[in-house]
Design a protein around this ligand. Structure first.
Ligand code: ASP
Ligand code: MG
Length: 485
């Protein structure tokens, strides 16, 4: 019988320099003693940003962008390769592969500069270069360690739709291609090293899965290969009870459910690309979040199971990356199609609505969008409601960017009474004003809007009120605190 497969993904900081690439390869090599391993790698940290910046400059007609890009990529990657590959012949081979890829990206930039245009398709072709470089480097390092490392470009494995900059995978063709390409290597005891982030359409045109998309690549491949688990190696210890930059007592959670992890990803815990869990939920493939800088720590396991928590709340999360839009005026009262008109305008602006609330007096509708969508959304609303504003049926359309969403999350909150009460009394004690509230009928989170300046205080107070912090046991090991009421 063939060995169970583990897909392991290394993020940008986990392959950020020669030492990190070597540690990543060592983790893969060690794991491969027990199971079949597929490595998925991000670009070295900062590289995707450099590529996108160069492409953008080129698109604006800057002819020097291509040269500057090529030089900076060469410097960074040549330096790492010099430290990683000792055999002169093998090093030369790898350097020439790397230079070819860099030259191709530079050529695309030259083309954009000549046209004075950067199409989403061209941007995808350029942006995925960093992953193509690290995959080849990591595979070469594995070979240097005596393993059969084979680099794969995911544009030959993952088939997507044609939405550049955020393509979605087509499961059927992806499975067929992935199995055909990777199975022989795995059966041979080899370690495929696959580029994260990138994919291609059925016609072979390069796409990307959106920023931070390497996590998603790992779970797409995990589902295609029926892997027994997916491990996301990153630079934090796992999923935490709060952002440690805000709450120093934040603790790593041993286990969270797919639903909880999804809620946390949505509300600003930037541990996972928001689509990451989609491919694995159906097949119940567990996903681990682990720290490649602290591989002795177990990290957080994401599965179907929900671990009991005394208060139902598992974590507090928050984001300032939102804007509130309020539409108010007598014109709203009893106009049956007003909500429909508002939300068809937001839909036409492709606004991502994070939260909605309407008071029962019906004279205002307020909703929250991601900050990046605010200007577009406001414009669309002004166009759609022009007549109403003009006739003073609507007093105003106001945008407030000075807000933050705070959410308490936990699957066990379902049916646990008193959580909302505790949230509000905690915030009341801290004199934090709540602007709007929403609880999904799923009860997996209660989210509310506060002034941006009160966000940190709210998170700290709630984290403490629900007893989520870590405590040192006398033997020095850490436990998540139990709440005593
Ligand atoms: N390199 C890509 C990015 O920076 C994908 C990833 O790291 O997941 O967005
Ligand atoms: Mg990332």
């Amino acid at each position: 019988m063939s060995r169970p497969i583990q897909v392991m993904k290394f993020g940008g900081t986990s392959v950020g320099d020669a030492t990190r690439i070597r540690s990543a390869a060592a983790i893969a090599a060690e794991t491969s003693k027990e199971r079949a391993v597929v490595m998925v790698v991000s670009a070295m940290s900062g590289v995707t940003n450099t590529l996108i910046a160069a492409a953008t400059k080129a698109g604006a007609g800057d002819e020097s962008a291509a040269e500057t890009l090529a030089r900076s990529l060469q410097e960074k990657h040549h330096e790492a390769i010099g430290k990683l590959i000792s055999d002169i012949e093998k090093r030369r081979e790898l350097l020439s592969e790397i230079d070819t890829l860099i030259e191709r990206a530079a050529n695309y930039c030259r083309g954009c500069a000549m046209l004075g245009e950067l199409s989403p398709r061209a941007l995808d072709a350029i942006a995925g270069t960093g992953e193509r470089l690290t995959a080849r480097m990591a595979a070469a390092v594995l070979r240097e360690m005596g393993h059969h490392g084979v680099a794969f470009d995911a544009s030959e494995l993952i088939v997507t739709d044609e939405v550049h900059g955020g393509a979605r995978p087509l499961a059927g063709p992806t499975r067929t291609k992935t199995l055909a390409a990777l199975s022989p290597v795995l059966q041979d005891g080899g370690i495929p090293v696959v580029t994260g982030y990138v994919a291609a359409t059925a016609k072979g045109i390069p796409t990307t899965l959106g920023r931070g998309g390497s996590d998603y690549s790992a779970t797409i491949l995990g589902a295609a290969l029926d892997a027994s688990e997916v491990v996301i190696w990153t630079d934090v210890n796992g999923v935490l009870t709060a952002d440690p930059r805000m709450v120093s007592e934040a603790a790593t959670l041993d286990e969270v459910s797919y639903i909880e992890a999804g809620e946390l990803a949505f509300f600003g815990a930037k541990v996972l690309h928001p689509m990451t869990l989609r491919p694995v939920v159906e097949r119940a493939i567990p996903v681990w979040i682990r720290n490649s800088f602290e591989p002795r720590l177990a990290g957080t396991k994401i599965t179907h199971t929900v671990q009991p928590t005394p208060q139902g709340v598992k974590a507090v999360t928050a984001t300032r990356d939102v804007a509130m839009i309020a539409i108010a005026g007598p014109g709203i009262i009893g106009v049956p199609d007003i909500a429909a008109r508002i939300f068809s305008a937001t839909a036409s602006a492709h606004a991502n609505i994070v939260m909605i609330s309407q008071s029962s007096s019906q004279d205002s509708i307020c909703f929250v969008v991601q900050a990046a969508d605010a200007v577009r959304t406001e414009q669309a609303l002004r166009n759609a409601l022009y007549e109403d504003v003009h006739q003073h049926d609507l007093e105003h359309i106001k945008v407030n960017r000075d807000v933050a969403i705070v959410a308490v999350v936990g699957e066990n909150m379902v049916g646990t009474p008193g959580i909302a009460g505790r949230v509000f009394s905690t915030l009341g004690k801290e004199s934090i004003n709540i602007i709007a509230i929403a609880q999904g009928s799923s009860e997996y989170n209660i989210s509310f809007l506060v002034e941006s300046s009160g966000m940190e205080k709210a998170v700290k107070a709630l984290h403490q009120a629900f007893g989520l912090g870590k405590r040192e046991k006398s033997d020095g090991t850490r436990t998540v605190a139990q709440v005593t009421t």
